[in-house]
Ligand binder design. Structure first.
Ligand code: O7M
Length: 231
């Protein structure tokens, strides 16, 4: 099974939390060290790359790849030939997985490339204005499934879409951002059928990121034990 590392970490750490690192106020390695115990992985966004540089990203992957799932979020959406090249470089930086858009088409060719990280396709987005993606939600989920991607990103702020994705793709690994600063409550996306929640500012911008990460992890634990009794 792809995403094996992610699921093994979820099991061994009892966590469903992936922390989003975009604008980080302190040196990224220092921040990740503080929250490492409570999270299964971190998602590195373009703001971090642009602020700290690719060497810092490489060092972050080197330092934590052994204990965390390293997810690259540059939301790629180019022609297949360029995406294949981008993904090879992302793998070389040390990432386990990467986020890709689906609307541009051609994801099947991208997914068959060698040297690619695991791929998560964006099926919908959290903000209310992402109307055009939503119109094509079902088609985008099918596009990802047909290409054999490893998982999907679905919005915690729109639980009906999380539920719909779970129905269409019962075996897919579903990652849900939008918890905390964007309004969804910790655990709510897990309850709707997601497997992991992606949380940024609620943890990263907290005066005590360690405490904030632990609180979200604990909220997840409570939900996951209830959910596994249901299923
Ligand atoms: O918790 P926040 O709002 O501080 O951060 C949310 C993170 O999730 C941030 O890194 C966004 O880029 C990301 N995200 C969304 O907020 N909305 C989406 O629809 C999709 C993502 C995402 O992670 O895509 C992979």
């Amino acid at each position: 099974m792809r995403t094996r590392k992610l699921w093994e970490l979820a099991e061994s750490k009892g966590s469903r939390l992936i922390v989003a690192l975009d604008s980080v106020p302190v040196e990224p390695k220092k921040l990740v060290k503080e929250i490492e115990e409570y999270v299964v992985g971190v998602k590195v966004g373009l703001p971090l790359l642009l602020q700290w540089g690719s060497q810092a990203v490489r060092e972050l992957c080197e330092a934590f790849r052994g204990t965390l799932y390293m997810l690259c979020d540059f939301k790629l959406a180019d022609i297949p030939a360029v995406m294949v090249e981008e993904l090879k470089l992302i793998s070389e930086l040390g990432f386990d997985g990467a986020i890709v858009h689906l609307f541009q088409g051609g994801i099947k060719a991208v997914a068959t490339a060698a040297d690619r990280p695991e791929l998560f396709g964006l099926a919908a987005m959290t903000h209310s204005e992402s109307r055009l993606l939503e119109v094509h939600f079902g088609e985008l989920v099918h596009e990802a499934l047909e290409a054999g991607l490893d998982g999907l990103v679905v919005p915690a702020t729109k639980p009906e879409l999380v539920r719909a994705a779970r129905k269409i793709a019962p075996g897919a690994t579903l990652l849900a951002p939008g918890v905390g600063a964007q309004g969804a409550l910790p655990g709510s996306a897990l309850e709707a059928g997601a497997d992991f929640e992606i949380v940024g500012r609620l943890v990263v911008a907290s005066p005590d990121p360690c405490l904030a990460a632990r609180a979200v992890r604990d909220a997840h634990r409570a939900r996951v034990s209830v959910i596994s009794e249901w299923r």
